[in-house]
Design a protein around this ligand. Sequence first.
Ligand SMILES: Nc1nc2c(c(=O)[nH]1)N[C@H]1C(S)=C(S)[C@@H](COP(=O)(O)OP(=O)(O)OC[C@H]3O[C@@H](n4cnc5c(=O)[nH]c(N)nc54)[C@H](O)[C@@H]3O)O[C@H]1N2
Ligand SMILES: Nc1nc2c(c(=O)[nH]1)N[C@H]1C(S)=C(S)[C@@H](COP(=O)(O)OP(=O)(O)OC[C@H]3O[C@@H](n4cnc5c(=O)[nH]c(N)nc54)[C@H](O)[C@@H]3O)O[C@H]1N2
Ligand SMILES: [Mo]
Length: 748
Amino acid sequence: MAQDEEVTVTGPKTVAAGIPGVTAGLAAGLREMGVVRSAGTLRRVNKVDGFDCPGCAWPEPAHRHPAEFCENGAKAVAEEATVKRVGPEFFAAHSLSDLAWRSEHWLGKQGRLTHPMLKREGADRYEPVPWDEAIGVLAAELSALDSPDQALFYTSGRTSNEAAFLYQLLARAYGTNNLPDCSNMCHESSGVALTETIGIGKGSVSLDDVHAADLIVVVGQNPGTNHPRMLTALEKAKRNGAAIVAVNPLPEAGLLRFKNPQTVRGLLGKGTVLADTHLPIRIGGDLALFQWIGRRLLEWDAADKSFVDESTTGFREYAAHVSAVDADAVAAATGLSTADIDAVARRFASAQRIIVCWAMGLTQHRDAVATIQEIVNVQLLRGMIGKEGAGLCPVRGHSNVQGDRTMGIYEHPPAWSEKLGTEFGFSVPREPGTHTVDAIRAMRDQTAKVFVGLGGNFAAATPDTAVTEAALRGCRLTAHISTKLNRSHVVTGEVALILPTLGRTERDVRGTGEQFVTVEDSMSAVHASRGRLEPASDGLLSEVAIICRLGETLLDQGIPWGGFAEDYRLVRERIARIVPGFADYEAKVADSIGFVLPHPPRDSRTFTTPSGRAVFTVSALTAIEVPEGRLLLQTLRSHDQYNTTIYGLDDRYRGIHNGRRVVLVNPDDLTELGLADGDMVDIHSEWAGDEDRHVHDFRVVSYPTARGCAAAYFPEANPLVPLDHTAKGSHTPVSKALVVRLVARSAG
Ligand SMILES: Nc1nc2c(c(=O)[nH]1)N[C@H]1C(S)=C(S)[C@@H](COP(=O)(O)OP(=O)(O)OC[C@H]3O[C@@H](n4cnc5c(=O)[nH]c(N)nc54)[C@H](O)[C@@H]3O)O[C@H]1N2
Ligand SMILES: Nc1nc2c(c(=O)[nH]1)N[C@H]1C(S)=C(S)[C@@H](COP(=O)(O)OP(=O)(O)OC[C@H]3O[C@@H](n4cnc5c(=O)[nH]c(N)nc54)[C@H](O)[C@@H]3O)O[C@H]1N2
Ligand SMILES: [Mo]
């Protein structure tokens, strides 16, 4: 999958968005959509009567700006609304052996899928088939399995609430909880950490809280690229007097300075300095950092004693543990000086309304759950839950990943299983199913034989690419409900299906007329999303319609699939009856900006933990061991991608152009390793004595990351992530802390 790359490096930027952001967004729109379609489409992003941006899960403000989208939202929309097409002629011209060596960038750029396609056993090509045949093949293969647990039903986070609800209903009525999802690789650690400590796996702040905070700490997150609209909220908080602290091994542009493209000042001026302090932490040092902050808060008598007494449990043990935390151990783990950490601890001690935000820089680590729980500890100590302008803010990735979980996309049976079973007349299986990593193991071990993907790109997004691809190829059938071509369509089982579907931006007309769907953002707000564009092809079905057709063909339980497919209100009616918090669903989403789901800690300082209190936790202070001559590598996103969808080969804010096979290393480490900027290396990852994993031909970039740390892009670096190297308690692949060795490629 080599690409013709001639990487050029211009060095990191310190300011995000402004005119370059606007022009990059518009250019992407014009390139993919043309002038008329661009103007009409971008105007409807995140509007009350428009569609939810398929980009990130950052919430929309109640009073929306005429341009309530960002550069990367515009790119996400352009990618979906492209005028290019991948139809039967494309597959006639390209065999699977031909497609297998194409890059993800190339595959994605071919355009939108238009027809159901089938690869028959032994064939090296997809051929077009009618929908009935495609659904028939899938249903027949599922029916032929010895047990429903031999099937896997994966979901990616763009799926609407309606489709997600029906999909889990289908899987469970068929007989399995095998519902792995992208969340398993994403914010699972946050969900586990928060459920154990505050009783609910979701963040506790609203957008108004962000605007009202006086200290916002952004840990392990790159909002300038991945949640650009968050910068607008940070800017507003800043103007209201908030201090902002960034904790990150990299000096990410958006965190340092921001030019708001929605204001004249932002477009033409110097922009707003966002972060008052940047702690360039060593990868994996956050657990130690927050334990030390906890220690200082206790020494300085900064605890909110009445909150701790009235609402928490476990304080004594926590206090005893952090009081003994050793300064040298903290310095070694964080790579930071005590003085620098203390300066941030003092902000925690004096601020009255503190929000801590985080994303993948915390969740994709071996001790991710414990690390997030240290943040919870500090916030509990300061009484920062259920208080205006304060709280815990895991910033989700995919635009409806949180909603999918609310709708029961989960390998464990949902809390409302019994209601689900009673409503539809079957018993929900009790045995937990497989999460993403177990799904790969099951295919590898041939205990799973049919893989169905509702969106996403399982082959490329998952760890240990060689193992995962072999596992997928070992399946009897792989089937993907997708908008665009990707690696997962070309790494197939014996039989393979592509089921092309409508995107968020497109009009969805069913028997009872035009339909809308609903989604939930990162702050538990649920609202409607209405596609406005003409569908990319007449051959497309909505996700809801595809699931219903499969349900009808596969199952004979008497679930009214036909009715659901023609009128999504009937789906919402069932959700309202079954899923807590959705009473009056239809009325609440029909013509308003939506509603916010209940969140007991935020709403009333109620904690639905076994003790009825928020829980302080104690975790050992660990540091990742890195042998001599090795670096700690994180895999991250460039400014020009959406997960495995590669928009382009530039990473503007980091000053890297025309290539993605790069590894960013601190200049002092380069000197020590006898390497220099521009060198070509192979990267070998070392784990549990197993040194087989490597990727080749990466260009070294001298970059101001923390000492001992390195960074490369996801998904190119995924072959380095060991399948069994997962976070304790959440099973999330450790994508942010790989021990690696760089091996220079000999010249010539
Ligand atoms: N344009 C665009 N938007 C997106 C996405 C996209 O690919 N493109 N993806 C979406 C999805 S699914 C998600 S989950 C989110 C991801 O949003 P992010 O979590 O912002 O994404 P990453 O690129 O993985 O960035 C991880 C950040 O954590 C830092 N980091 C790495 N290791 C550590 C550590 O040990 N400690 C600390 N403190 N920091 C660390 C990295 O330097 C980097 O800044 O974005 C969503 N939005
Ligand atoms: N090494 C490493 N690996 C990682 C990560 C990392 O940071 N490092 N991050 C992880 C994270 S946070 C996540 S969330 C996962 C992402 O894993 P996935 O969600 O599986 O991957 P995506 O790249 O988001 O999926 C893109 C594909 O979804 C399809 N698609 C897009 N829109 C729609 C739609 O509306 N409907 C349907 N049916 N299909 C659609 C298109 O065909 C597109 O090619 O990757 C994880 N993998
Ligand atoms: Mo994610």
